[in-house]
Ligand binder design. Structure first.
Ligand SMILES: [Zn+2]
Length: 62
């Protein structure tokens, strides 16, 4: 019951500096599902407890 989506939102200034580990393109933050998207690779990176998991192995195809 302590899962508050509001608390898990990434700060914009963190989103601004995050890039895809592979192509170095800026990642887009999808607030609705709380994940980071590389539009180049068409994959989504998970965010675990407010920490982006920037590993290609852990991505989901979108
Ligand atoms: Zn990429």
């Amino acid at each position: 019951m302590s899962n508050n989506a509001q608390d898990q939102r990434l700060p914009q200034r963190l989103v601004d500096i995050l890039v895809c580990p592979q192509c170095k393109q800026k990642l887009e933050y999808d607030e609705k599902v709380n994940r980071l998207v590389c539009t180049n690779h068409q994959v989504a990176f998970k965010i675990n407890d407010g920490i982006p998991v920037l590993l290609m192995d852990e991505t989901e195809k979108i």
